[in-house]
Design a protein around this ligand. Structure first.
Ligand code: URA
Length: 198
């Protein structure tokens, strides 16, 4: 198995990691309210990693991230980049369980779930990470900064370039901001090309 960034920390393999998520009871409330865990989906060698917030009702039923209305929009954003769920991209969330009523993740829940996301990042080693929405961005980057302050520039997570953009559920409500989201994805694509040149 590959090494994590922390010295001496071994990254579990995919099978172990997904089993750990499936059987996780670290957050008593989420473990009892969820229908199923939502591990992640896509290409395990993907250069692109998209990270959302947490499963919603449909994801909780189906066990796959972004399969509801917001997910359809995410799929078209991916298609505009020439990506599909099967190829070139992996999709995961900060939380692997649905918070009841889709409330925001609690900080202690995000902390408890972080090792799973870090395991995915370590196994995939994507060339670019796209954080979808304020909650995903703030949790990933450990910041309180507003989404507007985080967009539009290359940020960094464990040495991997991060681009922050709007959550697709927000874009469904504010379609005029799709244009700015596309600018963000173009920035991510430029960082990707740069990473490929190195
Ligand atoms: N919203 C998210 O952030 N993640 C999902 O998987 C679905 C909706």
């Amino acid at each position: 198995p590959r090494q994590a960034d922390a010295p001496g920390d071994r990254v579990p393999d995919w099978e172990t990691l997904s089993r750990q998520v499936e059987t996780c009871t670290r957050c008593a409330e989420l473990a009892s309210s969820r229908t199923r865990t939502v591990f992640g989906v896509g290409d395990r060698q993907a250069p692109w990693l998209f990270i959302g917030e947490a499963p919603g009702a449909e994801e909780d039923r189906r066990g796959e991230p972004f399969v509801g209305r917001a997910g359809k929009l995410l799929d078209s954003m991916l298609a505009a980049l020439g990506l599909t769920r099967g190829e070139g991209v992996y999709i995961a969330n900060i939380l692997k369980c649905r918070p009841p009523g889709n409330r925001d993740p609690k900080p202690e829940e995000a902390d408890a779930c972080r090792a799973f996301l870090d395991g995915q990042v370590a196994l995939i080693r994507p060339r670019v990470i796209v954080a979808l929405g304020r909650i995903a961005a703030q949790n990933l980057l450990a910041t309180d900064a507003a989404l507007g302050a985080l967009r539009g520039q290359p940020l960094n997570y464990q040495g991997i370039p991060v681009v922050v953009t709007y959550h697709p559920a927000y874009l469904l409500r504010k379609p005029l901001d799709k244009r700015k989201a596309w600018d963000d994805l173009c920035l991510a694509r430029r960082l990707m090309t740069r990473a490929a040149d190195q």
